[in-house]
Design a protein around this ligand. Structure first.
Ligand code: FEO
Length: 184
């Protein structure tokens, strides 16, 4: 008896997401190594922590495929893109990557909606919310860099930014969770 509760197309798109999350982890690792080499130990630490988060995303999709009786296919992953030119470039590329990942999640949502696969639709909602956080996290980095002086930031302000990122929480508060008593 076939107990696979996923259609072939849903199984394929979820497997594609497994690969994408693994690739995201490699990108964060690679940028983290670059940042460390440039002397930005705090930024590197932040990016390395985030690489772990991407692997957790990968595990979450893998687990879902298995729980629904589907088959996980571990595929080869692309090499990360070349090193960024500077911190601004690093954060901008990271932001573009996150937007690309959000679009990939939306494709899962669209397909699940089309096929009326409400279990997958519901599962994907966690990632829809997570991507709001992921995008906001990088937007905050770009804002912090802008305040530090953007491309003309002094060494001192970059030093302070680097220190701040070493301790920055991995999660960001979202407006949708804000209340009158707790506006953050
Ligand atoms: Fe798994 Fe950064 O999204």
């Amino acid at each position: 008896m076939d107990t696979n509760r996923l259609s072939k197309k849903i199984e394929a798109i979820l497997n594609r997401q497994v690969t994408k999350e693994a690739e995201a982890a490699q990108i964060y690792l690679s940028y983290g190594c670059w940042a460390d080499g440039e002397g930005y130990g705090g930024v590197a630490n932040f990016l390395f922590r985030h690489a772990n988060e991407e692997r957790n995303h990968m595990m979450k999709v893998m687990r879902y495929i298995m729980d629904r009786g589907g088959s996980v296919k571990i595929e080869a992953i692309k090499a990360p893109p070349s090193n960024p030119k500077n911190l601004q470039d690093c954060f901008e590329k990271t932001f573009k990557h996150e937007v690309d990942n959000s679009n990939s999640i939306y494709e899962i949502v669209n397909l699940a909606n089309e096929e009326k696969d409400w279990a997958t639709y519901n599962f994907a909602q966690w990632f829809v919310k997570e991507q709001i956080e992921e995008e906001k996290l990088v937007m905050d980095l770009l804002d912090k860099l802008k305040i530090a002086g953007g491309p003309k930031a002094s060494n001192e302000s970059l030093f302070n930014l680097d220190k701040e990122l070493a301790e920055m929480p991995d999660e960001v508060p979202l407006a949708r969770e804000a209340t009158e008593d707790n506006p953050e």
